[in-house]
Design a binder for this molecule. Structure first.
Ligand code: HEC
Length: 156
């Protein structure tokens, strides 16, 4: 009985040790997950608006306005806080962020500002009509793409 108990305690300690070790291995795991979540949320809302622009679903002013407002809100959260130095691809296992982000930080910040400008413009116009939505989402897509082509490692 006593031996079994000790055995259980030992494996519990080993497991705890392993967990601590796994966390210590990538100190950026949580923040990388956070920025992925922010990006995925924007992508979900862009997808909703894109479906209207493509004609897959009819234009709906209220849905478009809400999606655009969501993108603007999420964009306003993005900063260097989610991109701590050292969390680049190759160093942090889940990261596809290129090291150039920190080498050219001013430009990266400009791209975040451009994202916010495009998202705010879209927020103001998405609920007006389908043509306004199309113009705004095109500009927003350019802001996403400009940053990705410079700072996001393409998979595969
Ligand atoms: C200022 C730069 C910048 C802007 C602007 C930007 N992104 Fe990203 N995005 C990145 C970087 C860098 C990554 C890679 C992050 C990583 O893997 O850690 C990324 C990754 C992503 C991913 C992949 C997430 C994952 O789980 O792997 C999606 C989807 C995405 N972005 C969508 C968007 C959309 C949609 C927009 C525009 C509304 C946008 N991004 C604007 C820099 C940006």
């Amino acid at each position: 009985m006593k031996k079994l108990h000790l055995l259980g305690l030992t494996s519990a300690l080993i497991l705890t040790g392993l967990t601590v070790w796994a966390q210590a291995e990538d100190p950026f795991a949580d923040i990388v997950e956070t920025r992925h979540g922010l990006m995925m949320q924007m992508a979900a809302d862009v997808g909703k608006m894109g479906a209207m622009v493509k004609g897959d679903v009819p234009y709906d002013a209220a849905v478009a306005a809400k999606a655009a407002s969501n993108v603007a809100a999420v964009a306003s959260v993005i900063s260097m806080d989610q991109f701590p130095a050292g969390s680049e691809v190759g160093k942090s296992p889940d990261s596809f962020a290129k090291a150039e982000i920190w080498a050219a930080q001013d430009d990266f910040l400009t791209k975040i500002a451009d994202l916010n400008t495009a998202a705010e413009a879209l927020k103001a116009s998405a609920g007006t009509d389908a043509d306004s939505l199309k113009a705004g989402i095109t500009a927003l897509g350019k802001a996403c793409g400009a940053c990705h082509s410079a700072y996001r490692q393409t998979e595969g």
